[in-house]
Design a protein around this ligand. Structure first.
Ligand code: PAF
Length: 277
């Protein structure tokens, strides 16, 4: 696996790969969810590129940019084992050189509340860096996880709106054996919080089962799921629970859609979702 640090090297390395090329963008601190994205790209594409870049523009000043884990050697080993051909690890100055003055602001799902409301500015940071990463790479496909479903909807929207010639592939959420969705931020959980955390997926799964059994009135589905989450004492706040359209993130009118939720345990936020089908 080749490691490159400049845009020119990255472009040259990807241009030399056989087509189609699959791209996996990450912020490092990689886990089984990232590995599944790299493996999907490896299985479906002739060449695979990955990026590791902790993007400061998608963190609010109050968030965890400074303490975000950066285990580079372990990340490189995981990507290499998954069959990645080239990895791009730029410095902040490579992505945002002196004078950088452009922001990509997406409407639609990026202005539909939920993550956008709890993390103002977050999707502008994500859209700006993802647009750069996609245009730098000029890959045929880019792989994202469904755990960050609103982010995936924002990326699908921007790729369609800006005519970026790339297929966005959204892969299933990878979970720990007890149901907790894999996330780099799970490392912040104390043992007691970690033990309580699967209650998020249990509540969402119970909501999905109710939906499947015909209990489809949106407000009642949301309030029943919220009640389950509020019954978990370790969840200090239930930030949102919503049944939404998977593309627009507007309130779900009729299925299929997603049931999404975010909870807070101490300083840690957990987000997750299930498909309402
Ligand atoms: O999902 C992530 O890891 C990040 O938001 C992304 C897409 C790599 C952009 O920094």
């Amino acid at each position: 696996m080749l490691l490159v640090r400049t845009v020119a090297e990255w472009r040259a390395a990807l241009a030399a790969l056989p087509r189609p090329v699959g791209l996996v963008t990450t912020m490092g601190a990689l886990h089984a969810g990232h590995r599944s994205l790299a493996e999907a790209a490896r299985a479906e594409c002739a060449g695979v590129g990955a990026t590791i870049f902790v993007n400061p523009r998608q963190f609010a000043p109050t968030e965890d940019l400074a303490r975000y884990p950066r285990p580079l050697d372990a990340d490189l080993a995981l990507l290499e084992a998954a069959g990645v051909d080239v990895v791009f690890v730029p410095d902040v100055g490579v992505m945002y050189p002196e004078g950088f003055a452009t922001t990509v602001r997406v409407g639609g799902p990026a202005e539909a509340g939920l993550e956008a409301a709890v993390r103002p500015g977050h999707f502008e940071g994500v859209a700006t860096v993802v647009t750069k990463l996609l245009l730098q790479a000029r890959a045929e496909r880019a792989y994202f996880g469904r755990k960050d479903a609103q982010q995936a909807a924002v990326i699908r929207r921007l790729v369609a709106d800006l005519d970026i010639p790339m297929e966005v592939v959204v892969c299933p959420t990878v979970r720990e054996p007890d149901g907790l969705a894999c996330s780099s931020r799970n490392a912040y959980l104390t043992p007691a919080q970690r033990a309580a955390a699967p209650a998020l997926f249990r509540a969402l799964s119970a909501g999905r089962d109710r939906f499947r059994s015909g209990f489809q009135q949106r407000e009642r589905l949301e309030s029943a799921t919220r009640a389950l989450l509020e019954a978990e004492p370790a969840f200090e706040a239930v930030e949102y629970v919503a049944a939404v359209d998977a593309d627009t993130f507007a309130p779900l009118q009729r299925g299929p859609g997603l049931l999404v939720a975010a909870v807070r345990l101490g300083g840690v936020r957990l987000i997750d979702n299930v498909v309402l089908d």
